[in-house]
Ligand binder design. Sequence first.
Ligand SMILES: Cc1cc2nc3c(=O)[nH]c(=O)nc-3n(C[C@H](O)[C@H](O)[C@H](O)COP(=O)(O)OP(=O)(O)OC[C@H]3O[C@@H](n4cnc5c(N)ncnc54)[C@H](O)[C@@H]3O)c2cc1C
Length: 431
Amino acid sequence: MDSVVSIAIVGSGPAGCYVAQSLRRALPESEITIYDRLASPFGLVRYGVAPDHQSTKSIQAQFARLFERENVRFAGNITVGSDVSLDELRSTHNIVVLASGLSEDRVVGVPGEDLPEVHRAGRLTRVFNAHPMEPVGVPDFGGAVAVIGGGNVSIDVLRLLIKRPEDFANSDVDDTALGQYAQAPVRRVEFICRSTVANAPSDPVMLAELGRIPGVAFTCSDPVAVPEDATRQASARAKALEGLLELAPGPQTRVQVALHFGWSPVRILGADHVEGVELRSVEDDREHRRVATDSVVTAVGFDFDRHNWHGLGELSRNLETGALDRGLYRTGWIKRGSRGTIAENRACAKAVAEEILADLPALDPAPRPGYDGLPEDVRARAVDYAAWRRVDLAEASAAAHGRARKKFPSHDHMVAIAHDTLAGPSGAGNH
Ligand SMILES: Cc1cc2nc3c(=O)[nH]c(=O)nc-3n(C[C@H](O)[C@H](O)[C@H](O)COP(=O)(O)OP(=O)(O)OC[C@H]3O[C@@H](n4cnc5c(N)ncnc54)[C@H](O)[C@@H]3O)c2cc1C
């Protein structure tokens, strides 16, 4: 294909940004547009990564260069599937890459999961991150909560639950959510991980970080030691846990955290309300344990959002290839499932970009108009990068003392700032 290639990338999270980076390098003349349903770029870096992990969020500066220097267009506020259909996108662009992530919390699949006090980690982390499409409101967890998971997202949830408001200095946490939670913080957390310490999916550094939060007492009724031939990561995890168990917060203890590694949830107990969780040992299934809790947070991964968009139906996992159809590809979590760090999306995106480049000679050579071929009303609603920067600056200048920024929790409000149609002179800062 000799003509200018027009490329649509759906989703501006790490996968979308990394694939744009690779394609821009290989195809300097191509027209690349990254579409997102939100008015802001960067996906889960902004709305998943915990608000008290600002150094992780700083990768946004690297991705921003795409829009600032590398002639990649950002088109936010466009939901593929409702504002524009996937077919429309495919007929106006030579290549479409889906990088729209996975946003639906996976269920554990045990009885009792539909009780009202069972909450989902995805929703919770979005609330604390002021996601503009998530209804505001922190649930009442009662005095004791069980966190079911064991991966890094469950540790994020645990950390959010056991920190005091003053531990969020320099974060961009949503202060309304934080204030609501501070009214009735939990006093006990049962942290339930199906994997043993040796096989758990958690990062030892994140476990060790928990030990720096004042007033938390950790207990574990199982041995945390790992076999001598365990991996370095497993040994580091065991060491981090031993460090937590050695802490002695004494009379200052605000919250107890009971760790259960190698215990699988069997059912959530309670007739109309959560009363606890029954666990079974993964090493000896005759051994059961019951923990009493008032609520549960599940953090067992994410799935395809069937309610959201593009009518592709269930997409089976395929680690081998990014191609879904002629000219249609996918990368990131929507390809590999919800595992891996931000950086792991880079290798995935690079491989998919190489696949696209290899397929190019065989694609329909007819030029397609790209972004300009979309209906005018769609383009009129788009939040481009300059418009997003207006929101970005408004958020930074609305930051309270000790906060990195104040994220606006209303999509319409963000779009109004972006399009400069906000009524009143002080609306942005006062929202
Ligand atoms: C709570 C949480 C915390 C995490 N913390 C860390 C961490 O600390 N460090 C780390 O390395 N990794 C972390 N991760 C993992 C990391 O966020 C993922 O690896 C990465 O974001 C996946 O990238 P993605 O681009 O595939 O998806 P996403 O980041 O989810 O991006 C998808 C984008 O697509 C957009 N989109 C979806 N549907 C549509 C549509 N119909 N039309 C237009 N746009 C659409 C979304 O708005 C979004 O911007 C965390 C994940 C979660 C859930």
